[in-house]
Design a protein around this ligand. Structure first.
Ligand code: SF4
Ligand code: FE
Length: 483
């Protein structure tokens, strides 16, 4: 098959039998649930754009494993050009969905697990690499969406996994059998889990010998027995249950995260890609995080493009688009947004080959990229709120606008410049609200802070990669200081 259409993708999810909970209820049909569906639509766009000839170059690639045309979200990057196309693809999807389209986590996990399993096998004579290659061929052939699962809930963060009062607070192997392993634990903040066919689990941090049961990497279908998915709330999420389209801000698209429980889940041997090789857990985490920090130089920029556009429209509808301070604020937002993109591209172009043959990003630049992402979307958001004006948080609802008696007052007194219907202006204001404070703010704002690692995680990497001794030597050379 190699490429699914977006309709085939949606139908393929109907066949899964995931155990999903939302607002305290078990959800039998997540595909059509009004709170979940917008996030599914976002992932479906990763299939839909791949069908369109104008996006073929960005959205598809040739598999190094099979030689076939595949969706780029299942690709192993083969050169710096692949890495930069990845970022461009993510910006495009951010622009088309104004939300998190979720499929990148799996892509970033594939590339990190591929190179790491190669190196584990080289050191220990294990068989993880070939197993992983077989698994990835299957993913490419079936064009699957895979949730990359890294973050454990971690309990007392001052204690290592095996020292926790409850040993399950980090996901671990609880039983080893001839034919596989049994795992128990949970993964938090799981982006797009309910829209994924498989979940590829990785360790959450560097592990030591006493924590080797926690150094585990594997993949299983998302409807495997024992996996329980608890949908995470988002600000303003129940507006999606109200039935209208204006107040949700972004009526078609969204993202989601979930708390995923692994309640004694069996993993067959051919799906295990790390099993106790604790000395490789840190490498795997670093590589996955590096790729995901690069990703943010694409997706957040695309969503930022929509927010800048919405703020500019709000200014236009209010008749202030020519004011010099408004123009300057738009320039500042653009400058910040393009700076993020520059970092995403720079770490791609400075990429280098791994021993396994796929391409790594430049770690220092990817971490600089993500460090900027922890700040700039907040400033872009601040400027968008400034330009838009306070009405985006005090405006009456769609039902008031449509009301037979009071609707005309809303229409009259919230009027925009002549020629622009009040409803159109309200839509744009709601989109700004959605991106800055509503459901999409999870992906655009708070995830900019914590996704792919919180700010301090990047500062540690920046410190490690900065090669300060080299810089000191440069100063000494200039001054002829000899020791
Ligand atoms: Fe992709 Fe961005 Fe969502 Fe991560 S936050 S899955 S990089 S769209
Ligand atoms: Fe993310």
């Amino acid at each position: 098959m190699a490429l699914m259409t977006s309709d085939m993708y949606i139908e393929s999810l109907r066949k899964l039998n995931m155990e999903v909970y939302l607002l305290g209820e078990k959800i039998e049909n997540p595909v059509d649930h009004p709170m979940i569906r917008p996030s599914l639509n976002s992932v479906a766009m990763t299939y839909k754009l791949a069908e369109q000839p104008e996006y073929e170059d960005l959205m598809t690639a040739t598999s190094n494993l099979t030689g076939k045309k595949i969706n780029r979200f299942t690709h192993l990057h083969q050169n710096p050009e692949d890495l930069s196309k990845k970022v461009k693809m993510q910006r495009l999807l951010g622009q088309k969905t104004a939300s998190c389209f979720q499929r990148c986590v799996g892509m970033d996990a594939f590339n990190a697990v591929y190179s790491t399993t190669y190196e584990i096998d080289k050191k220990y004579g294990t068989e993880y690499f070939n197993r992983f290659v077989e698994f990835l061929k299957y993913v490419q052939e079936e064009d699957l969406t895979v949730d990359g699962a890294m973050t454990d809930t971690k309990g007392n963060r001052g204690l290592s996994p095996s020292k926790q009062a409850d040993k399950d607070l980090f996901l671990r192997i609880v039983e080893k059998r001839e034919d596989g392993i049994v795992v128990r634990g949970a993964k938090a903040h799981q982006t797009g889990m309910i829209n994924s066919h498989e979940v590829l689990v990785m360790p959450t941090q560097t592990m030591r010998e006493e924590d080797k049961d926690y150094a585990v990497c594997f993949s299983v279908p998302t409807d495997t027995k024992g996996i329980k998915i608890i949908y995470g709330r988002q600000s303003c999420d129940t507006r999606k249950l109200e039935g209208g389209s204006l107040d949700v801000g972004n009526p078609k698209f969204g993202g989601h995260e979930a708390l995923v429980i692994f309640d004694d889940v069996f993993v067959p041997a051919d799906r295990i890609f790390m099993c106790g090789e604790y000395d490789f857990s840190g490498i795997l985490v670093e590589r996955f995080a590096g790729y995901h920090r690069q990703s943010y130089g694409g997706c957040k920029v695309g969503v930022g493009d929509v927010l800048i556009g919405a703020a500019a429209l709000a200014a236009e509808y209010n008749g202030v688009e020519r004011a010099s301070h408004i123009k300057d604020k738009i320039i500042e937002m653009t400058h910040l947004n393009e700076t993020l993109y520059s970092c995403g591209l720079a770490c791609s172009y400075e990429g280098y080959p791994t021993e396994a043959g796929n391409y790594e990003i430049d770690m220092l630049l990817a971490n600089v990229c993500k460090q900027n992402v922890t700040r700039f979307p907040y400033e872009i958001t601040r400027l968008a709120e400034d330009i838009t004006g306070g009405l985006f948080v005090t405006m009456p609802s769609e039902r008031d606008l449509e009301h037979p008696e009071i609707g005309r007052y809303v229409e009259k007194y919230l009027a925009a410049v002549e020629g622009v219907p009040t409803k159109t202006k309200m839509k744009v204001l709601r989109l700004v609200e959605n991106l800055t404070l509503g459901t999409a703010a999870v992906g655009y704002r708070t995830e900019s802070m914590h996704g792919a690692g919180s700010p301090q995680a990047q500062r540690i990497m920046i410190s490690r990669q900065s090669d300060l001794n080299h810089k000191k030597q440069l100063a000494k050379d200039i001054l002829d200081i000899k020791e």
